[in-house]
Design a protein around this ligand. Structure first.
Ligand code: SF4
Length: 90
């Protein structure tokens, strides 16, 4: 008997896709259709489906990393007393 080697690929519904996109800081329709292929998928929706299936992670989206860096930069700026030092601890 030949073993069954088929792989099940689950298709996320609108709610699941929405949750994944929100987690990727893709809050607008435009941000969900950047489709730059940097992650290896031709569309953001295919990348989200890969994340849904557990075969990829949001950290492999260049725009997620960029958004994360911008958020951390804002937090860092807010943590400074105004002295301008990148080592400011207030
Ligand atoms: S790297 Fe990010 S923005 Fe580019 S296609 Fe993949 S999921 Fe979309």
């Amino acid at each position: 008997m030949v073993p069954d080697k088929r792989v099940k690929v689950l298709v996320p519904g609108k709610q699941e896709l929405d949750a994944i996109f929100m987690d990727m800081y893709k809050e607008t329709e435009a941000s969900r259709h950047i489709d730059c292929s940097c992650c290896g998928y031709s569309t953001c929706e295919l990348m989200a489906a890969a994340i849904y299936n557990g075969v990829n992670k949001k950290e492999n989206c260049i725009h997620y990393i960029k958004a994360l860096a911008e958020i951390e930069s804002i937090v860092d700026t807010q943590a400074c007393c105004g002295c301008g030092s990148d080592r400011c601890g207030r």
